[in-house]
Ligand binder design. Structure first.
Ligand SMILES: C[S@@+](CC[C@H](N)C(=O)[O-])C[C@H]1O[C@@H](n2cnc3c(N)ncnc32)[C@H](O)[C@@H]1O
Length: 319
């Protein structure tokens, strides 16, 4: 237990967060069959980043196959796997890893529901090809009976008051008043130097990317597994939405970041970029929703501690 959240370092179904400080396969070997509802991860891309040594591509794919097989074993029949991946680059030539990994998932009879394109505005400036500004998320389900909470992740309609102008529904709203399906191209800023969530990890997920997957593909109290957890982003997103998190990270310095982020979240001091915030628009700079603080302290969630003091609400309404 670090603070309010019950954290375990080995498999414990009573925990809220299991942080395995070691190799992902040694973690998954302790998890029973059909235990987790969602696997969401971004594995190393075999690019020689600070947390990986570059290996032969076939060996890399073999290692990926081993962990994918384990993820499928521990996945519930209603569950999903989201493999977030980019390009392997060899001598200036790009090899999209999702193309190489898809046959592995297919060989295990998983069902591809979406190939989500995650588009972002910043990154390396290429000089001999167009600069890369997207990566992908392969979303697979284990069966045809899978959890998908679309209403939880709808986004505002472009024209919310648009009505049918003829026919039997004339005068009724033509769009769903709960919002529209976010589609399969997600424009979400990646975590670069000036992002509010930036830590020392070089390849962090933005929390909002994982929030959308968690809200759509799991229910409260479900387990979310990230076998390559890095700085703990998938755990933060899970706990924020009252899911349980389990994950492995092999490097101690990144586990230290995860623990620090969790501690800040329990103190109400961890800043994240809100899901509702639009991508920065220089023509409308004033419209931006500010960062919000994650507050995982349960004592602060008790209703009597949330009682408004004085004229808090009326002050807020004036804003
Ligand atoms: C792309 S990063 C994931 C970053 C993460 N999504 C985040 O938000 O911070 C991949 C991570 O996998 C870790 N890793 C590599 N091999 C591993 C293994 N066999 N078991 C567990 N973690 C591993 C690396 O140290 C690295 O932090």
């Amino acid at each position: 237990m670090l603070g309010d959240i019950k954290v375990a370092s080995t498999f414990d179904p009573q925990a809220e967060f299991i942080l395995w400080e070691g190799d992902c396969l040694s973690l998954t070997s302790t998890i029973p069959d059909e235990f987790v509802q969602l696997v969401v991860t971004s594995p190393p891309y075999n690019l020689g980043k600070p947390y990986e040594s570059r290996i032969d591509l076939n060996e890399y794919l073999y290692q990926q196959k081993l962990i994918i097989q384990e993820c499928i074993r521990v996945l519930k029949p209603s569950g999903s796997i989201c493999w977030q991946i980019g390009n392997y680059v060899d001598n200036g030539e790009i090899i999209p890893l999702d193309i190489l990994l898809y046959p592995i998932f297919q060989s295990f009879d998983l069902h591809l529901r979406n190939r989500i394109v995650w588009h972002f505005g910043h990154g390396l400036h290429a000089s001999k090809r167009f600069s890369g500004r997207y990566e992908v998320i392969l979303w697979f389900t284990k069966t045809d009976q899978y959890t998908f909470n679309l209403d939880a992740v709808r986004i505002p309609q472009k024209y919310p008051n648009k009505k049918y102008f003829k026919g039997p529904k004339k005068g009724e709203l033509s769009g769903n008043p709960l919002g529209k399906n976010p589609g399969d191209i997600w424009e979400i800023p990646n975590v670069k130097a000036n992002h509010v969530e930036k830590t020392a990890h070089p390849a962090q997920f933005p929390v909002e990317l994982i929030e959308r997957l968690i809200l759509a593909l799991t229910n409260p109290d479900d387990w979310v597994l990230d076998p390559f957890m890095g700085s703990g982003t998938s755990a933060i997103a899970s706990l924020l939405h009252k899911r349980r998190a389990i994950g492995a990270e092999i490097l101690p310095e990144y586990n230290a970041i995860t623990k620090e982020r969790l501690k800040l979240a329990e103190q109400g001091l961890l800043r994240i970029r809100p899901m509702e915030r639009n991508v920065y628009d220089p023509d409308n700079p004033g419209k931006s929703i500010p960062p919000r603080f994650v507050d995982l302290a349960k004592k602060r969630l008790q209703p009597h501690l949330l009682e408004p003091k004085g004229n808090y609400y009326s002050d807020r309404e004036k804003e």
